[in-house]
Design a protein around this ligand. Structure first.
Ligand code: XIL
Length: 376
């Protein structure tokens, strides 16, 4: 059997056993408790999740969970350039309109994710950006997006993941944008956005800034330098998004290092949003209780540091339940644990989000709830 076919079989049997094991209505076990967004709102913060409207419309338990827990939604896919402009100049807003209507009808706010990301450039645009007047394509895309959602969305990830180590001294990623427009493309994108949506809050969103690892030290340094340069140039930047894709294989989180980094951002006059929290596991062979405890501990550790910083305005998780996580168990993970294949119950899915596959809250849910409520 191919790797993919085997993986699918393992996943589907794990999923079947999870569903079979869940008591009827277990998804509502937390219904009597205060929702995560209610807990965050007490300190003036929001709590949200990335969603795909197609899943929310199809899966009623997901719909109730996101409506109950969140006061903010991030489009996981729908707003990205390759989603809305599949062919040059022809925009399709079906999915994003449905998501925006769902949010507005339920009085939820939206986080605008994301405008310039090297991984969401439409195929047709990559070479055209290099031609004379290539920026016009960026302008047309920004204009289409802001004229439709500029009033509905208050904060935007204008540039996503601009940092890369080992490429240039200034730490800028050698993306198609850098290559086509030079180092000023970030400030230019911010000005473009400011012109089209003067009231909107504009952010740069970045990953790999959490851990006490050499590469993440470098990334934090380079990111701060970028923010400083933008500020000194007077670029219209209001805040930063920290993705916070936590990873149990990356070692410890240091309160000193991370707390200092958050303070450095705040000292630049910028606010902070935690935009994509989830936890990547690796030891899938452990009993589920231990896996869930590790995920919860990592989340608690991170949030206790992050939420101590007053500049942090809110938290978004990258999906609410393990059923919808973008995190996949990799071939390497499985190769390390051949035993995991035997009974089909492990590894199942990555368990790095607050609700499990059947929408039951896990220890990670409690960790988030408790961190949100902790007095500081
Ligand atoms: C991911 C989505 O979750 C996937 O469904 C999609 O196929 C690719 O993008 N950092 C980001 C997000 O900023 O946009 C990415 O989302 C995950 C990593």
């Amino acid at each position: 059997m191919s790797y993919e076919a085997t993986r699918r079989q393992v996943l589907s049997s794990a999923i079947a056993s999870t569903i079979a094991g869940a008591a009827p209505g277990a998804g509502h076990a937390h219904a009597a408790e205060e929702s995560l967004s209610a807990r965050f709102s007490r300190s003036g913060r929001f709590f949200g999740s990335a969603i795909q409207i197609e899943e929310v419309s199809r899966e009623h338990d997901l719909r109730s969970a996101v409506l109950r827990e969140c006061d903010s939604f991030t489009p996981e896919v729908a707003l990205k350039w390759n989603s809305v402009e599949r062919s040059p100049g022809s925009f399709d807003f079906t999915s994003m309109d449905a998501l925006a209507n769902f949010a507005l009808a339920n009085k939820k706010r939206l986080h605008g994710h994301t405008l310039l990301w090297h991984k969401s450039v439409p195929q047709w645009a990559t070479s055209l950006l290099f031609e004379k007047g290539g920026w016009k394509l960026v302008h047309r895309y920004f204009q289409a997006i802001f004229s439709r959602y500029g009033h509905a969305i208050a904060q935007w990830d204008v540039v996503n993941e601009p940092i890369e180590t080992g490429y240039r001294m200034d730490g800028l990623r050698g993306s198609v944008f850098l290559q086509a427009f030079g180092v000023d493309y970030i400030a230019r994108a911010l000005w473009e956005a400011r012109g089209l949506a003067p009231e909107a809050k504009l952010l740069i969103n970045e990953f790999g800034l959490e851990y006490d690892l050499r590469v993440e030290h470098d990334r934090r340094y380079l990111f701060l330098k970028l923010l400083e340069r933008l500020r000194n140039a007077g670029a219209p930047l209001d805040g930063v998004g920290l993705q916070a894709h936590l990873d149990l294989a990356k070692g410890g989180l240091s309160a000193d290092v991370l707390g200092r980094f958050l303070k450095d951002i705040a000292d630049l006059g910028l606010f902070i949003v935690i935009t994509e929290l989830d936890v990547k596991e690796h030891e899938y062979i452990l009993p589920v209780e231990q896996r869930d405890a590790r995920v919860a501990d990592e989340t608690r550790r991170y949030l206790d540091i992050a939420l101590a910083q007053p500049a942090v305005r809110g938290l978004t998780t990258w999906g609410l339940s393990d059923r919808h996580s973008w995190l996949q168990i990799t071939k390497d993970d499985l190769a390390r644990y051949p035993e995991a294949w035997k009974d089909g119950s492990n590894p199942g899915v990555n368990r790095g989000l607050p609700l499990d596959y059947s929408m039951n809250p896990k220890p990670m849910y409690r960790a988030i709830a408790e961190s949100a409520g902790r007095r500081r």
